[in-house]
Ligand binder design. Structure first.
Ligand code: GDP
Ligand code: IMO
Ligand code: MG
Length: 423
Protein backbone atom coordinates (compact mmCIF):
# COMPACT_ATOMS: atom_id res chain seq x y z
CA UNK A 1 0.00 0.00 0.00
CA UNK A 2 0.94 3.61 -0.31
CA UNK A 3 1.90 6.26 2.19
CA UNK A 4 0.00 9.53 2.60
CA UNK A 5 1.69 12.67 3.91
CA UNK A 6 0.26 15.38 6.07
CA UNK A 7 2.17 18.63 6.47
CA UNK A 8 1.78 22.32 7.25
CA UNK A 9 1.83 24.85 4.40
CA UNK A 10 2.53 28.03 6.37
CA UNK A 11 4.78 28.85 9.36
CA UNK A 12 3.59 25.97 11.53
CA UNK A 13 0.67 25.59 13.97
CA UNK A 14 -1.80 25.09 11.13
CA UNK A 15 -3.66 22.39 13.07
CA UNK A 16 -1.72 19.30 11.96
CA UNK A 17 -2.21 17.49 15.28
CA UNK A 18 -5.98 17.83 15.13
CA UNK A 19 -6.24 16.52 11.57
CA UNK A 20 -3.83 13.60 12.12
CA UNK A 21 -6.04 12.59 15.04
CA UNK A 22 -9.17 12.87 12.87
CA UNK A 23 -7.62 10.79 10.06
CA UNK A 24 -5.93 8.11 12.22
CA UNK A 25 -8.98 5.84 11.99
CA UNK A 26 -8.10 5.34 8.29
CA UNK A 27 -4.50 4.21 8.94
CA UNK A 28 -2.55 1.36 10.52
CA UNK A 29 0.55 3.44 11.27
CA UNK A 30 1.21 7.12 12.00
CA UNK A 31 4.86 8.10 11.52
CA UNK A 32 6.45 11.42 12.50
CA UNK A 33 9.24 12.27 10.07
CA UNK A 34 11.12 15.37 11.28
CA UNK A 35 11.39 18.07 13.90
CA UNK A 36 11.37 17.47 17.59
CA UNK A 37 10.03 19.11 20.73
CA UNK A 38 9.98 22.50 18.97
CA UNK A 39 6.62 21.22 17.68
CA UNK A 40 3.43 21.48 19.69
CA UNK A 41 0.50 19.56 18.22
CA UNK A 42 -2.83 20.12 19.96
CA UNK A 43 -5.64 17.57 20.07
CA UNK A 44 -9.04 18.19 21.62
CA UNK A 45 -11.66 15.51 22.20
CA UNK A 46 -14.08 14.31 24.90
CA UNK A 47 -13.57 17.57 26.78
CA UNK A 48 -9.79 17.07 27.10
CA UNK A 49 -6.92 18.94 25.48
CA UNK A 50 -3.54 17.29 24.84
CA UNK A 51 -0.36 18.83 23.45
CA UNK A 52 2.13 16.45 21.85
CA UNK A 53 5.69 17.49 20.98
CA UNK A 54 7.50 14.39 19.74
CA UNK A 55 4.88 11.64 19.97
CA UNK A 56 2.82 11.14 16.78
CA UNK A 57 -0.75 12.41 16.95
CA UNK A 58 -2.28 8.96 16.40
CA UNK A 59 -1.43 7.83 19.94
CA UNK A 60 -4.96 8.23 21.32
CA UNK A 61 -6.45 5.62 19.01
CA UNK A 62 -6.67 2.03 20.16
CA UNK A 63 -5.09 0.17 17.28
CA UNK A 64 -2.82 2.44 15.24
CA UNK A 65 0.93 2.06 15.70
CA UNK A 66 2.93 5.23 16.13
CA UNK A 67 6.49 5.51 14.87
CA UNK A 68 9.00 8.24 15.73
CA UNK A 69 11.08 8.25 12.54
CA UNK A 70 14.81 8.60 11.96
CA UNK A 71 14.37 12.24 10.87
CA UNK A 72 13.09 13.26 14.30
CA UNK A 73 15.29 14.62 17.11
CA UNK A 74 14.30 13.40 20.58
CA UNK A 75 14.92 15.12 23.89
CA UNK A 76 14.57 12.29 26.45
CA UNK A 77 13.73 14.82 29.17
CA UNK A 78 10.78 16.29 27.29
CA UNK A 79 9.80 12.88 25.93
CA UNK A 80 9.56 11.53 29.47
CA UNK A 81 7.20 14.36 30.41
CA UNK A 82 5.04 13.63 27.39
CA UNK A 83 4.83 9.96 28.34
CA UNK A 84 4.02 10.79 31.96
CA UNK A 85 1.20 13.00 30.77
CA UNK A 86 -0.20 10.03 28.84
CA UNK A 87 0.26 7.86 31.96
CA UNK A 88 -1.81 10.33 33.95
CA UNK A 89 -4.65 10.01 31.48
CA UNK A 90 -4.37 6.20 31.43
CA UNK A 91 -3.43 6.18 27.76
CA UNK A 92 -1.65 2.94 26.96
CA UNK A 93 1.28 3.52 24.61
CA UNK A 94 3.86 0.82 25.44
CA UNK A 95 2.84 -1.54 22.64
CA UNK A 96 2.03 1.06 20.04
CA UNK A 97 4.85 3.59 20.22
CA UNK A 98 8.05 2.61 18.39
CA UNK A 99 11.26 4.62 18.19
CA UNK A 100 13.70 4.65 15.30
CA UNK A 101 17.24 3.68 16.28
CA UNK A 102 18.45 6.29 13.81
CA UNK A 103 16.64 9.21 15.46
CA UNK A 104 19.12 11.66 17.00
CA UNK A 105 19.17 12.61 20.67
CA UNK A 106 19.02 16.14 21.98
CA UNK A 107 21.56 16.45 24.79
CA UNK A 108 21.18 19.02 27.57
CA UNK A 109 24.20 20.86 26.14
CA UNK A 110 22.42 21.16 22.76
CA UNK A 111 19.82 23.23 24.57
CA UNK A 112 22.55 25.36 26.16
CA UNK A 113 24.18 25.93 22.76
CA UNK A 114 20.81 26.95 21.30
CA UNK A 115 20.38 29.52 24.08
CA UNK A 116 23.95 30.80 23.67
CA UNK A 117 23.60 31.13 19.91
CA UNK A 118 20.30 33.01 20.20
CA UNK A 119 21.55 35.33 22.96
CA UNK A 120 24.69 36.17 21.01
CA UNK A 121 22.64 37.08 17.93
CA UNK A 122 20.78 39.81 19.83
CA UNK A 123 18.12 41.46 17.64
CA UNK A 124 18.97 39.13 14.75
CA UNK A 125 17.90 36.05 16.73
CA UNK A 126 15.83 33.37 14.96
CA UNK A 127 13.28 33.25 17.75
CA UNK A 128 14.08 29.57 18.29
CA UNK A 129 11.98 27.56 20.71
CA UNK A 130 15.29 26.96 22.59
CA UNK A 131 14.78 23.20 22.53
CA UNK A 132 18.23 22.55 21.08
CA UNK A 133 16.92 21.74 17.61
CA UNK A 134 19.52 23.64 15.56
CA UNK A 135 22.59 22.36 17.46
CA UNK A 136 21.29 18.76 17.33
CA UNK A 137 20.74 18.79 13.57
CA UNK A 138 24.16 20.48 13.22
CA UNK A 139 25.73 17.55 15.06
CA UNK A 140 23.76 15.17 12.84
CA UNK A 141 25.00 16.69 9.57
CA UNK A 142 28.43 17.28 11.15
CA UNK A 143 28.54 13.52 11.88
CA UNK A 144 29.04 13.98 15.60
CA UNK A 145 25.54 13.21 16.85
CA UNK A 146 24.26 10.59 19.27
CA UNK A 147 21.45 8.36 18.13
CA UNK A 148 18.84 6.31 19.95
CA UNK A 149 20.58 3.12 18.74
CA UNK A 150 23.78 4.20 20.53
CA UNK A 151 21.96 3.62 23.82
CA UNK A 152 22.21 -0.11 23.08
CA UNK A 153 26.01 0.11 23.10
CA UNK A 154 28.02 -0.44 26.28
CA UNK A 155 29.99 2.75 25.85
CA UNK A 156 27.06 5.11 25.32
CA UNK A 157 27.95 7.12 28.42
CA UNK A 158 31.49 7.68 27.11
CA UNK A 159 30.03 8.94 23.85
CA UNK A 160 27.67 11.19 25.78
CA UNK A 161 30.55 12.55 27.84
CA UNK A 162 32.81 13.17 24.83
CA UNK A 163 30.09 15.13 23.01
CA UNK A 164 29.11 17.05 26.13
CA UNK A 165 32.75 18.03 26.79
CA UNK A 166 32.99 19.31 23.24
CA UNK A 167 29.82 21.35 23.68
CA UNK A 168 31.10 22.90 26.90
CA UNK A 169 34.20 24.07 25.03
CA UNK A 170 31.99 25.44 22.25
CA UNK A 171 29.93 27.37 24.80
CA UNK A 172 33.07 29.33 25.70
CA UNK A 173 33.21 30.69 22.15
CA UNK A 174 29.94 32.53 22.68
CA UNK A 175 30.53 35.68 24.63
CA UNK A 176 27.37 35.27 26.71
CA UNK A 177 26.57 34.23 30.24
CA UNK A 178 24.59 30.97 30.29
CA UNK A 179 24.04 29.53 33.76
CA UNK A 180 23.78 25.76 34.18
CA UNK A 181 24.35 22.88 36.58
CA UNK A 182 25.83 20.11 34.44
CA UNK A 183 25.40 17.38 37.06
CA UNK A 184 21.72 18.13 37.48
CA UNK A 185 21.22 18.31 33.70
CA UNK A 186 22.95 14.96 33.29
CA UNK A 187 20.89 13.32 36.04
CA UNK A 188 17.68 14.55 34.39
CA UNK A 189 18.91 13.32 31.00
CA UNK A 190 19.63 9.84 32.41
CA UNK A 191 16.16 9.64 33.95
CA UNK A 192 14.78 10.48 30.51
CA UNK A 193 16.90 7.76 28.91
CA UNK A 194 15.57 5.22 31.43
CA UNK A 195 12.00 6.09 30.46
CA UNK A 196 12.84 6.00 26.75
CA UNK A 197 14.24 2.49 27.20
CA UNK A 198 10.80 1.24 28.27
CA UNK A 199 9.82 1.57 24.59
CA UNK A 200 10.84 -0.60 21.67
CA UNK A 201 13.68 0.68 19.45
CA UNK A 202 13.31 -0.38 15.82
CA UNK A 203 15.02 -0.15 12.44
CA UNK A 204 12.17 2.04 11.32
CA UNK A 205 12.94 2.08 7.59
CA UNK A 206 12.82 -1.73 7.55
CA UNK A 207 9.68 -1.75 9.66
CA UNK A 208 7.84 0.76 7.49
CA UNK A 209 8.84 -0.78 4.17
CA UNK A 210 7.77 -4.23 5.39
CA UNK A 211 4.47 -2.73 6.50
CA UNK A 212 3.98 -1.26 3.02
CA UNK A 213 4.61 -4.70 1.48
CA UNK A 214 2.07 -6.25 3.87
CA UNK A 215 -0.57 -3.80 2.62
CA UNK A 216 -0.65 -1.62 5.73
CA UNK A 217 -1.67 2.03 5.44
CA UNK A 218 0.69 4.72 6.70
CA UNK A 219 0.16 8.42 7.38
CA UNK A 220 3.38 10.44 7.68
CA UNK A 221 2.99 13.38 10.08
CA UNK A 222 5.05 16.51 9.54
CA UNK A 223 6.01 19.15 12.05
CA UNK A 224 6.50 22.91 11.59
CA UNK A 225 5.43 24.28 8.20
CA UNK A 226 6.75 24.65 4.67
CA UNK A 227 7.86 28.26 5.17
CA UNK A 228 10.08 27.06 8.04
CA UNK A 229 11.82 24.48 5.79
CA UNK A 230 15.62 24.69 5.94
CA UNK A 231 15.84 24.92 2.12
CA UNK A 232 12.57 26.47 0.99
CA UNK A 233 11.53 28.54 4.01
CA UNK A 234 12.32 32.15 4.89
CA UNK A 235 16.00 31.43 5.62
CA UNK A 236 17.64 32.04 8.04
CA UNK A 237 14.41 32.40 10.03
CA UNK A 238 13.55 28.72 9.67
CA UNK A 239 13.99 25.49 11.55
CA UNK A 240 16.83 23.03 10.86
CA UNK A 241 15.00 20.24 9.03
CA UNK A 242 13.16 19.68 5.75
CA UNK A 243 9.55 20.21 6.71
CA UNK A 244 8.39 19.70 3.12
CA UNK A 245 7.37 16.44 1.39
CA UNK A 246 10.96 15.42 0.64
CA UNK A 247 11.58 15.35 4.41
CA UNK A 248 9.17 12.44 4.72
CA UNK A 249 11.33 10.34 2.36
CA UNK A 250 14.57 11.06 4.21
CA UNK A 251 12.92 11.13 7.63
CA UNK A 252 11.30 7.70 7.27
CA UNK A 253 13.27 5.89 4.56
CA UNK A 254 10.28 5.79 2.23
CA UNK A 255 10.85 6.13 -1.51
CA UNK A 256 9.08 8.98 -3.38
CA UNK A 257 7.12 6.55 -5.54
CA UNK A 258 5.46 5.10 -2.43
CA UNK A 259 3.76 8.42 -1.66
CA UNK A 260 0.18 8.80 -2.78
CA UNK A 261 -1.72 11.71 -1.27
CA UNK A 262 -0.15 14.83 0.17
CA UNK A 263 -2.51 16.60 2.58
CA UNK A 264 -1.63 20.27 2.94
CA UNK A 265 -2.97 21.97 6.06
CA UNK A 266 -3.42 25.75 6.20
CA UNK A 267 -5.17 28.29 8.37
CA UNK A 268 -7.84 30.50 6.76
CA UNK A 269 -5.51 33.36 7.76
CA UNK A 270 -1.78 33.29 8.59
CA UNK A 271 0.24 33.14 11.81
CA UNK A 272 3.91 33.06 12.64
CA UNK A 273 5.76 32.74 15.94
CA UNK A 274 9.39 33.80 16.28
CA UNK A 275 11.31 36.24 14.09
CA UNK A 276 11.42 36.64 10.33
CA UNK A 277 9.55 38.25 7.46
CA UNK A 278 5.75 37.94 7.21
CA UNK A 279 4.38 40.07 4.33
CA UNK A 280 0.67 39.99 5.31
CA UNK A 281 1.24 40.57 9.03
CA UNK A 282 -1.30 42.91 10.67
CA UNK A 283 -0.33 45.33 13.41
CA UNK A 284 -3.84 46.72 13.94
CA UNK A 285 -7.00 45.63 15.77
CA UNK A 286 -7.83 43.14 12.98
CA UNK A 287 -4.66 41.15 13.73
CA UNK A 288 -5.29 41.55 17.43
CA UNK A 289 -8.82 40.13 16.99
CA UNK A 290 -7.50 37.11 15.04
CA UNK A 291 -5.03 36.41 17.83
CA UNK A 292 -7.64 36.76 20.56
CA UNK A 293 -10.44 34.79 18.88
CA UNK A 294 -8.04 32.16 17.56
CA UNK A 295 -6.20 31.84 20.90
CA UNK A 296 -2.97 32.32 19.00
CA UNK A 297 -0.36 31.45 21.59
CA UNK A 298 2.42 28.95 20.92
CA UNK A 299 1.60 25.40 22.10
CA UNK A 300 5.28 24.85 23.02
CA UNK A 301 6.51 28.23 24.26
CA UNK A 302 3.29 30.14 25.04
CA UNK A 303 4.56 33.09 22.98
CA UNK A 304 1.86 35.17 21.21
CA UNK A 305 1.68 34.32 17.51
CA UNK A 306 1.86 37.12 14.97
CA UNK A 307 -1.32 37.21 12.82
CA UNK A 308 -2.20 38.39 9.31
CA UNK A 309 -4.29 37.76 6.20
CA UNK A 310 -4.05 34.64 4.09
CA UNK A 311 -1.07 34.84 1.73
CA UNK A 312 -2.04 32.94 -1.42
CA UNK A 313 1.28 33.61 -3.13
CA UNK A 314 3.09 31.82 -0.31
CA UNK A 315 0.40 29.12 -0.15
CA UNK A 316 0.74 28.37 -3.88
CA UNK A 317 4.50 28.11 -3.43
CA UNK A 318 4.03 25.57 -0.63
CA UNK A 319 1.47 23.61 -2.66
CA UNK A 320 3.99 23.41 -5.51
CA UNK A 321 7.03 22.40 -3.44
CA UNK A 322 5.06 19.65 -1.69
CA UNK A 323 2.93 18.39 -4.58
CA UNK A 324 -0.19 18.84 -2.44
CA UNK A 325 -3.16 16.77 -3.66
CA UNK A 326 -5.74 17.77 -1.02
CA UNK A 327 -6.06 20.94 1.03
CA UNK A 328 -7.47 21.22 4.53
CA UNK A 329 -8.54 24.64 5.75
CA UNK A 330 -8.39 25.26 9.49
CA UNK A 331 -9.85 27.90 11.79
CA UNK A 332 -12.44 29.30 9.37
CA UNK A 333 -14.54 29.94 12.49
CA UNK A 334 -12.03 32.57 13.66
CA UNK A 335 -12.84 34.76 10.63
CA UNK A 336 -16.58 34.98 11.43
CA UNK A 337 -17.70 38.55 12.05
CA UNK A 338 -15.28 40.45 9.79
CA UNK A 339 -17.09 42.65 7.19
CA UNK A 340 -14.27 42.27 4.68
CA UNK A 341 -11.58 39.63 4.37
CA UNK A 342 -8.39 40.20 2.43
CA UNK A 343 -6.33 37.64 0.58
CA UNK A 344 -2.88 38.47 -0.76
CA UNK A 345 -2.84 37.45 -4.43
CA UNK A 346 0.35 39.19 -5.60
CA UNK A 347 3.25 41.25 -4.29
CA UNK A 348 4.60 44.62 -5.33
CA UNK A 349 8.31 43.87 -5.52
CA UNK A 350 10.89 46.47 -6.55
CA UNK A 351 8.17 48.43 -8.41
CA UNK A 352 6.79 45.42 -10.26
CA UNK A 353 3.77 43.19 -9.61
CA UNK A 354 4.85 39.58 -9.14
CA UNK A 355 2.95 36.38 -8.40
CA UNK A 356 5.72 34.28 -6.94
CA UNK A 357 7.72 34.24 -3.72
CA UNK A 358 10.96 36.13 -4.42
CA UNK A 359 14.32 35.35 -2.80
CA UNK A 360 14.02 38.24 -0.38
CA UNK A 361 10.66 38.92 1.28
CA UNK A 362 11.90 41.41 3.87
CA UNK A 363 9.24 44.13 4.46
CA UNK A 364 11.31 46.86 2.78
CA UNK A 365 11.24 44.93 -0.52
CA UNK A 366 7.72 43.72 -0.64
CA UNK A 367 4.16 44.99 -0.36
CA UNK A 368 1.18 42.61 -0.52
CA UNK A 369 -1.56 43.25 -3.09
CA UNK A 370 -4.94 42.16 -1.78
CA UNK A 371 -8.23 40.91 -3.22
CA UNK A 372 -11.22 41.67 -1.00
CA UNK A 373 -13.90 39.15 -0.04
CA UNK A 374 -17.20 39.65 1.77
CA UNK A 375 -17.11 38.21 5.26
CA UNK A 376 -19.75 36.16 7.04
CA UNK A 377 -21.42 36.71 10.39
CA UNK A 378 -22.56 33.17 11.20
CA UNK A 379 -20.90 31.24 14.01
CA UNK A 380 -19.45 28.14 12.31
CA UNK A 381 -18.42 26.25 15.43
CA UNK A 382 -21.60 24.17 15.67
CA UNK A 383 -21.79 23.32 11.96
CA UNK A 384 -21.25 19.76 10.81
CA UNK A 385 -22.49 19.71 7.19
CA UNK A 386 -20.95 21.51 4.23
CA UNK A 387 -24.43 22.57 3.05
CA UNK A 388 -24.81 24.81 6.09
CA UNK A 389 -21.65 26.84 5.47
CA UNK A 390 -22.34 30.50 4.59
CA UNK A 391 -22.11 31.31 0.87
CA UNK A 392 -19.40 33.94 1.43
CA UNK A 393 -17.20 31.28 3.05
CA UNK A 394 -17.91 28.92 0.17
CA UNK A 395 -16.84 31.69 -2.25
CA UNK A 396 -13.64 32.19 -0.20
CA UNK A 397 -12.86 28.46 -0.37
CA UNK A 398 -13.65 28.20 -4.07
CA UNK A 399 -11.29 31.09 -4.82
CA UNK A 400 -8.49 29.25 -2.97
CA UNK A 401 -9.26 26.06 -4.88
CA UNK A 402 -9.19 27.90 -8.21
CA UNK A 403 -5.91 29.66 -7.45
CA UNK A 404 -4.09 26.61 -6.04
CA UNK A 405 -5.75 24.11 -8.44
CA UNK A 406 -6.20 21.76 -5.47
CA UNK A 407 -9.54 20.82 -3.81
CA UNK A 408 -10.25 21.74 -0.19
CA UNK A 409 -11.37 18.43 1.34
CA UNK A 410 -11.72 19.35 5.00
CA UNK A 411 -12.90 22.56 6.62
CA UNK A 412 -12.21 22.76 10.34
CA UNK A 413 -14.52 24.98 12.41
CA UNK A 414 -13.19 24.51 15.94
CA UNK A 415 -10.45 22.76 17.90
CA UNK A 416 -12.49 19.65 18.74
CA UNK A 417 -12.19 16.44 16.75
CA UNK A 418 -15.92 16.70 16.00
CA UNK A 419 -15.70 20.24 14.60
CA UNK A 420 -14.54 18.94 11.24
CA UNK A 421 -16.53 19.23 8.03
CA UNK A 422 -15.79 16.80 5.19
CA UNK A 423 -16.22 18.53 1.84
P1 GDP B 1 -0.11 22.14 14.92
O1 GDP B 1 1.23 22.48 15.47
O2 GDP B 1 -0.17 22.30 13.43
O3 GDP B 1 -0.61 20.80 15.35
O4 GDP B 1 -1.13 23.23 15.50
P2 GDP B 1 -1.16 23.78 17.03
O5 GDP B 1 -1.77 22.75 17.88
O6 GDP B 1 0.15 24.32 17.43
O7 GDP B 1 -2.09 25.05 16.87
C1 GDP B 1 -3.39 24.95 16.38
C2 GDP B 1 -4.32 25.54 17.44
O8 GDP B 1 -5.59 25.79 16.86
C3 GDP B 1 -4.58 24.59 18.58
O9 GDP B 1 -4.83 25.34 19.75
C4 GDP B 1 -5.84 23.85 18.14
O10 GDP B 1 -6.58 23.33 19.23
C5 GDP B 1 -6.59 24.96 17.46
N1 GDP B 1 -7.44 24.57 16.34
C6 GDP B 1 -7.26 23.60 15.41
N2 GDP B 1 -8.22 23.65 14.47
C7 GDP B 1 -9.02 24.68 14.81
C8 GDP B 1 -10.18 25.26 14.21
O11 GDP B 1 -10.66 24.86 13.16
N3 GDP B 1 -10.75 26.34 14.86
C9 GDP B 1 -10.24 26.84 16.01
N4 GDP B 1 -10.85 27.88 16.56
N5 GDP B 1 -9.14 26.32 16.60
C10 GDP B 1 -8.54 25.26 15.99
P1 IMO C 1 4.53 22.89 14.94
O1 IMO C 1 4.88 21.49 14.55
C1 IMO C 1 5.47 27.15 14.77
C2 IMO C 1 9.71 28.25 14.73
C3 IMO C 1 10.27 28.97 15.94
C4 IMO C 1 11.35 29.79 15.29
C5 IMO C 1 11.89 28.85 14.21
C6 IMO C 1 13.13 28.06 14.63
O2 IMO C 1 3.83 23.02 16.23
O3 IMO C 1 3.81 23.57 13.81
P2 IMO C 1 13.60 26.06 16.29
O4 IMO C 1 13.23 25.84 17.71
O5 IMO C 1 13.11 25.01 15.36
O6 IMO C 1 15.08 26.29 16.12
O7 IMO C 1 12.90 27.45 15.89
O8 IMO C 1 10.85 27.95 13.93
N1 IMO C 1 9.03 26.96 15.02
C7 IMO C 1 7.72 26.78 14.98
N2 IMO C 1 6.72 27.66 14.76
N3 IMO C 1 5.20 25.85 14.93
C8 IMO C 1 6.18 24.95 15.12
O9 IMO C 1 5.95 23.60 15.15
C9 IMO C 1 7.51 25.41 15.18
N4 IMO C 1 8.71 24.81 15.39
C10 IMO C 1 9.63 25.76 15.26
O10 IMO C 1 9.28 29.76 16.54
O11 IMO C 1 10.80 30.90 14.65
MG1 MG D 1 2.06 23.76 16.90
Amino acid sequence: MAVDLLLGLQWGDEGKGKIVDVLTQNYDIIARFQGGPNAGHTLVFDGNKYVLHTIPSGIFHKTALNVVGNGVVIDPVIFKKELENLDQHNINYTDKLLISRKAHLILPTHRLLDAASETSKGKAKIGSTLKGIGPTYMDKTGRNGMRVGDLELDDWKDRYKALTDKHIKMLDFFDVDIQYDLDELEAEFCRGIDKLRTLEFIDSEEFLNSAIKEGKTILAEGAQGSLLDIDFGTYPFVTSSNTTAAGACTGLGIAPNRIKDVFGIFKAYTTRVGSGPFPTELFDEVGETMGRVGHEFGATTGRPRRCGWLDLVALKYAVQVNGVTQLMMMKGDVLSGFDTLKVCTAYKYKGETIQHLPYNIEPENIEPIYTDFKGWAADLTGMTEKETLPQNLVDYIQFIEKETEVPVKIVSVGPDRKQTIMM
